[in-house]
Design a protein around this ligand. Structure first.
Ligand code: GLV
Length: 326
């Protein structure tokens, strides 16, 4: 029997290719530039499966160009690039890659927090510049991270991984979430539940770990920045549109907050010029980018596709009702 045809919009990693090739006739987009919408629509015409990145939109338009499509496997945990309702309507299974990137993402949020608090990028720049004149008492003094108050907004797997790290830094941890965590989790992580306003007014570092949803879009707006301490920092490794970037720039320019460290942006890859300031650390959306984790993510997406064509339920279905209906 002919294997199902699948398109992967990146070459993936060898381990993931091995999984995908065993169950499918896979075509990989291998050129260094991203696949254009036109080429994607052309190539998807005869495909039953798609392994895609968060930069590709799986929406009504793509679905219309993909009459044979049965599964779209996102190589990411966030799936705001996928119109799940449209997929469900068309009977297309959508999957993501939850769980495998939690610790790696929390590591990177921590990296950003330390970098902005301790002015690492400015320090590196000075050290390389040839202008360093030696140790000085007030040179590049930053702010302590240990012992401070960390406010975690979004207390899912990644938010909790962030809280676990804070235990080692003797931080006070506050969290805000639509749903309160079980008492056992609060106890284990020494995390206190707070409303947003109270968290923002108390935290020295605010780290964002919510998915992008209509309710979280623009969550960090001008009034919320006003609630933060002028000495506080915002860390964002979730999704750019959760933060109103113009409001953030204004808060930074007017000293309403002390700084920010950002891995994600409102209109990637565009970065608001007002964010290119010494008290802002910028990273190009790499929080999950360790070789171990990115390999696991790609393998997970490949496994989801292969399972589907074997007649099994993919592990990470975003719309399980599609298969229930059959
Ligand atoms: C990356 O941003 C992801 O959602 O996995």
């Amino acid at each position: 029997m002919a294997k199902p045809k699948v398109l992967a919009t990146r070459p993936l990693f060898p381990a993931a290719q091995e999984i995908l090739n065993a169950g499918c006739e896979a075509e990989y987009w291998t050129r260094p530039e991203r696949i254009s919408k036109e080429e994607l629509f052309e190539k998807i015409k005869d495909k039953e499966g798609l392994v895609c990145l968060l930069t590709e939109k799986v929406n009504q338009e793509l679905l219309s160009a993909a009459p044979k499509l049965r599964i779209a496997a996102n190589v990411a945990v966030g799936f705001d690039n996928i119109d799940v309702a449209a997929c469900t309507k068309r009977g297309v299974v959508a999957t993501n890659t939850p769980g495998v990137l939690d610790e790696t993402t929390a590591d990177f949020a921590w990296t950003l927090m330390m970098a902005v608090g301790r002015r690492l990028i400015e320090a590196d720049t000075l050290a390389r510049s040839g202008n360093w004149k030696g140790w000085d008492l007030d040179q590049l003094v930053g702010t302590d991270v240990w012992g401070k108050t960390l406010g975690i907004v979004g207390f899912g797997r990644i938010g909790r991984a962030m809280a676990r790290r804070a235990l080692g830094f003797q931080m006070k941890v506050l969290y805000a979430d639509a749903v309160r965590a079980p008492e056992a989790v609060e106890k284990e992580l020494k995390a206190e539940y707070r409303g947003m306003a109270s968290l923002l007014s108390e935290a020295d570092f605010v780290s964002v770990h919510v998915p992008l949803l209509p309710e979280t879009s623009g969550l960090f707006d001008a009034p919320r920045f006003l609630k933060m301490k002028p000495t506080a920092f915002l860390i964002n490794t979730s999704r750019g549109p959760v933060v109103d970037e113009a409001a953030l720039v204004h808060a930074l320019e007017s000293g309403k907050i002390a700084g920010a460290a950002l891995d994600v942006f409102e209109n990637e890859p565009f970065i608001h010029p007002g964010l290119k300031r010494p008290n802002v650390v910028l990273a190009p959306h790499i929080a999950s980018a360790s070789i171990e984790t990115r390999t696991k993510m790609a393998c997970m997406a490949a496994e989801n596709v292969v399972a589907m064509f074997k007649g099994q339920r993919p592990m990470n279905m975003l719309n399980p009702e599609v298969l229930k209906a059959k």
